[in-house]
Design a protein around this ligand. Structure first.
Ligand SMILES: Nc1ncnc2c1ncn2[C@@H]1O[C@H](COP(=O)(O)OS(=O)(=O)O)[C@@H](OP(=O)(O)O)[C@H]1O
Length: 355
């Protein structure tokens, strides 16, 4: 249409140089505008979002379906605008520049342990800046390099702790060495939960996505008649905590790994959060004042996150009803895990009391 219109213009043929000049000026203006938009809106981040399967740092909300039930909370909005500006000011009005840094703390596992709840509770702390999505850097995107990883992090001020959670790190063989190569001082957090319940939680999620898979009772055994457990089946293998923990202990001292009791994270979230804040060297700011027990959901939820008037619970994929499992199979699994759990308690220096 535009080309047709130009060729019909009475002066189009008369002054091609003028037309060319106009076109050049228009192109220069477009380039200028584009550059301005690029600089002002952090275009680099949207490129990342388009090209990769994880979210950019400025949108550091939980992935949909895995985060809070009411997402557009004020806390996130405030944080997002701070991220965009990259600035924050203290009481004297002086501004500090926030920068993207590599994480100083990682929630490395375990899948279905309660890692999302822990991360969201920790995000209430003003000295924590946490990436909402799981970047899977050390297990999937390691080849992208540390600069890429840093670019995924939310901006943080000096003194704020940057963190992320990717529960798969705990069980991936190369991860401890890779994390160590990034930082020898990084603080590691693992939320652990009774491995039998964890496996059922895992399976409940799997079957919700692929309803055609065989029953849990079939997949859990190499041979159901002989009762031989298939410990390589992922939902069961992840629960061999001692085995995974030993790999981490080959690279990091026990004092650098904090274990969160996943069961207590539900029954006493403030108590578990208190210990995590101590471990991170932070003031205990997230306390029981922040939580209430939501009877309908059957889990603790947040009363009023900063800037929001609504209480917040985790989304519906967290705390769902588990598939019911044959009692005999449950007992076989408990017997199977017993020695592994004992070994884990020894490594942990803590008895989690799983049956
Ligand atoms: N406050 C609160 N609200 C909801 N759910 C809670 C909470 N605290 C811990 N949990 C438990 O977290 C389990 C999900 O664990 P993760 O977040 O680690 O899962 S995931 O690995 O990120 O998929 C999830 O597992 P399921 O109960 O099997 O759904 C919960 O038991």
């Amino acid at each position: 249409m535009a080309a047709f219109h130009l060729s019909q213009h009475p002066h189009a043929g008369a002054d091609p140089r003028r037309l060319l000049h106009r076109l050049t000026v228009a192109s220069l203006l477009s380039v200028l505008c584009f550059s301005m938009v690029y600089l002002l809106t952090g275009c680099r981040e949207s490129e990342l979002a388009d090209n990769f399967d994880i979210k950019p740092p400025a949108r550091d909300f939980p992935a949909s379906g895995s985060g809070w039930a009411h997402e557009g909370n004020g806390t996130g909005a405030v944080r997002e605008s701070r991220d965009r500006a990259g600035m924050e000011s203290n009481s004297s009005g002086k501004e500090w520049t926030a920068t993207r840094r590599l994480p100083q703390a990682l929630i490395i596992g375990v899948k279905k342990g309660g890692t999302r709840a822990l991360l969201e509770f920790l995000r209430l702390h003003p000295d924590i800046r946490a990436l909402g999505s799981e970047p899977h850097f050390f297990d999937r995107h390691y080849a992208r390099g540390l600069d890429w990883y840093r670019s995924m992090m939310p901006k943080a001020l000096d003194g704020q702790i940057v963190m992320e959670k990717t529960p798969r790190y705990f069980v991936t063989v190369d991860t401890p060495a890779r994390v160590h190569a990034m930082s020898q001082d990084v603080k590691l957090i693992v939320v652990v939960r009774d491995p039998v319940t964890r496996a059922i939680s895992d399976y409940t999620q799997i079957i919700s996505k692929t309803p055609d898979i065989p029953p849990f009772e079939t997949l859990a055994f190499k041979n159901r008649t002989t009762g031989q457990i298939d410990s390589l089946w992922s939902p069961l293998w992840i629960g061999l905590y001692a085995q995974h923990m030993e790999r981490w202990l080959a690279w990091f001292p026990r004092s650098q790994i904090h274990l969160v009791n996943g069961e207590r994270l539900i029954s006493d979230p403030a108590g578990e959060l208190g210990k995590v804040q101590d471990f991170l060297g932070l003031q205990r700011i997230v306390t029981d004042k922040h939580f209430y027990f939501n009877k309908t959901k059957g889990f603790p939820c947040l009363k009023k996150p900063e800037g929001s008037s609504k209480p917040h619970c985790l989304g519906k994929t967290k705390g769902r009803t588990h598939v019911s499992i044959d009692k005999e199979v449950l007992q076989k699994l408990r017997d199977f895990y017993k020695p592994h759990n004992q070994r884990f308690y020894q490594l942990a220096g803590q008895d989690f009391g799983w049956q």
